[in-house]
Design a protein. Sequence first.
Length: 303
Amino acid sequence: MSTPNFAGAVDLGALAAQKDQQRKADAALAGAPEGLILDATAENFQTEVMDRSMTVPVILDLWATWCGPCKQLSPLLERLAAEYGGRWILAKVDVDAEQQIAAAFQVQSIPSVFAVIGGQVAPLFQGALPEQQLRQAIDKVLEVAASQGIDGSLDTGEAPESEDEEPAGDPRFDAAVDAIDAGDWAAARTAYQRILGETPADVDAAAGLAMVDLYERTDGIDPAAVAAGAANTDDLDAQLLAGDLEALQGDWAAAFSRLIEAVRQTSGEDRERARNRLVDLFTLAGDDPAVPAARTALASALF
């Protein structure tokens, strides 16, 4: 499904404000941090749904006050949103108040639930699901999102760590950094893997592990030889190594473009190798401006 166009959005004024306050109260009752559950309107759809989906999956719940099954599904979705702790965002759409969105999504019955991942919209299901099936559907969304390098989470109000500094006084990171300084890639990898074993969602450790892999793959390579080999676009190994070198030089746009083309031109195991390498580079690139467009291009190449 293409991105809906909500030009000429209607300002709901006092009604929107009232709904927003009610949503905050409902989210608080569900145990969800503010911002984890929101009302999507034609006015905020681009920023609150499409833009956010570049870093964290968004699940859309299209509902109405008169809908019986909605009264079963919506509270369950809200409770699970709180339980997953920011790994995905729940965006609620009142189809009566937001007829423009309902028309854009061609809603035939409600509740209708969609996933938005990297700016791409996909239908999930219609009607109310039991909790076990709903969990399975959500876990599948998270799996697909992670395969595209979209595995961030909503800031739930915790004090953020510096993006440029590793946690102060944490000997686990100290060991990894010391190993990198010594060129001991195996020891550095072991240190980061140990951290991820204890805290799988540690983004600093994940980036560190990807960085070590990049350093090891490019250790001692001859840039001229890499460039010569990359002239053969059918040689996947050469393309992967050329992408590594471009990443090492900070040319993220070139690296992403090269590997997305490799995804398009390959299949099976080779395609998975190219996709995995691209996801690793997304992790390394962090907030680089080239990342959102590359994520969207990867989704297009995959689907």
